[in-house]
Design a protein around this ligand. Structure first.
Ligand SMILES: *[C@@H]1O[C@H](CO)[C@@H](O)[C@H](O)[C@H]1NC(C)=O
Length: 428
């Protein structure tokens, strides 16, 4: 059949999205034209493909397709110098509508921005590509100092073009006070070239990814040199010893390591705590293709690894295979027309918080609360309302689920949100 429609397949809900249908998801053409649904889907694909040609950006804020890069950076330049106003600026955001499945819930927690946090500017703050929460509930950010990912940063083979400029000289990893946003400590100077993801595990180890180095590092608490390194310095590749612009890391409480690899390889690698490769997702025979896995969330109780499959505009969760349970776990797909390109996800228990990034003028940049178990978006929420054309890049939630942080690469910013209890809208 044409669109994935069997339960065992990757999209249990038989959906077709921008970017995904043009790749591996077409199996044949025969029966497609026999059902009205298929014809509608085909029309959606055609529109999507036409739209993507115009809108799909490049680089950090998009996929690295040289032909499209220029359009995207032209758009961003317009944004930076206020030359053009995107139609989303003035359009009111669509009303929050909750799917039927959530209308029976008594209430939900909605993230609301904390005004005036941080209470003073963070010195020399660059693009904030990552945020994590440490073992004592403090936000830890990973930022690029004076460095910026632009169309000249990498060539067509994903090689970093400014090696001779050396590493970023200012501290790139900064711990903040959760109450005031003051800088408590900082480190990570003279080491990184293009910071991307950051994770703090249950033992307080700090894991970071650098897309220019094509490497992932583990730093033990307080250490200034890594205790574990994945990938080869400035060398990218598809093999199992090389990574290519790795984006994100998730660590299981038992120590298993998941690496989203990344902009060019579009796969997720799973290692033992000592760094031995255990799995590659998707498996060789698995009906799944990722396009820029950009962020990971591990739902340990469910034995699920959830992936922000950014260019496929969806979140997918598959078995993490921490136990036998994960091997039989049916995959889950969260894909809605307003989701857009999902930049970052994090989870509190079974709930996923997500942010999207620039996708199209019709899809607002905002936050989403997702119930992966019902494959549904249960709430939408606003990001910093005063900031136009923002590009959020990472998200983290505290262990108690009450504080949430969103890092952005435009403007260079870290924002704090607290949870407000809201009663979902009831249908009349
Ligand atoms: C990209 O840059 C790397 C290192 O600077 C170089 O070795 C490689 O040949 C370049 N690739 C292309 C297609 O120019």
């Amino acid at each position: 059949m044409v669109f994935e429609e069997e339960e065992s397949h990757w999209h249990p809900r038989r959906r077709c999205s921008c970017n995904s249908c043009s790749t591996k998801h077409y199996i044949g053409l025969g029966p497609m034209w026999s059902s009205p649904l298929a014809i509608i889907s085909a029309a959606v694909v055609a529109i999507c493909m036409a739209v993507s040609v115009v809108l799909l950006p490049g680089g950090d804020a998009g996929r690295l397709e040289p032909a499209m890069d220029r359009t995207f950076y032209d758009q961003i330049r317009g944004v930076l110098y206020n030359e053009e106003k995107s139609p989303t600026d003035s359009a009111p955001s669509p009303p929050v509508s909750l799917p039927l499945s959530s209308q029976t819930l008594p209430n939900i927690n909605r993230p609301v921005e904390v005004e005036g946090w941080p209470n003073s500017p963070i010195p020399r703050l660059g693009q904030v590509s990552g945020v994590a929460i440490n073992t004592v509930g403090q936000p830890v950010i990973f930022h690029r100092g004076s460095r910026v990912w632009d169309e000249k940063s990498f060539n067509e083979t994903y090689h970093y073009q400014h090696v001779e400029e050396g590493p970023i000289l200012s501290s790139t990893i900064v711990t903040l006070s959760p109450e005031t946003g003051e800088v408590l400590s900082s480190w990570g100077a003279g080491f990184f070239y293009m910071p991307h993801g950051i994770t703090v595990d249950h033992q307080g180890n700090v894991w970071v990814t650098d897309v220019a180095l094509h490497q992932v590092f583990k730093f033990s608490p307080g250490a200034l040199r890594p205790s574990l390194t994945f990938g080869k310095r400035f060398e990218n590749g598809k093999g199992y010893r090389t990574l290519c612009q790795p984006t994100s890391v998730a660590i299981a409480s038992g120590g298993d390591i998941f690496i989203a690899d990344g902009y060019c390889n579009s796969r997720v690698l799973k290692y033992s705590s000592r760094g031995e490769l255990l799995r590659v997702f998707p498996h060789a025979n698995e009906f799944l293709s990722l396009q820029v896995p950009h962020s990971l969330a591990l739902l340990e109780e469910r034995d699920l690894i959830c992936i922000a499959d950014r260019e496929d505009m969806r979140v997918v969760c598959r078995g993490a295979e921490l136990s036998e349970k994960g091997k039989s776990q049916a995959p889950l797909t969260i894909q809605e027309p307003d989701l857009g390109r999902v930049y970052a996800i994090t989870n509190h228990g079974d709930l996923i918080y997500a942010v999207n990034g620039p996708t199209s003028p019709l899809i607002p940049v905002r936050g989403f609360t997702i119930n992966p178990m019902t494959e549904s978006i249960v709430d939408h929420w606003k990001l910093s309302k005063d900031v136009l054309n923002q590009v959020p890049h990472d998200i983290a939630v505290s262990e108690d689920g009450l504080s949430l942080y969103v890092a952005s690469i435009f403007p260079n910013r870290i924002a704090k949100y607290t949870m407000a209890s809201v009663v979902p809208l009831k249908s009349e």
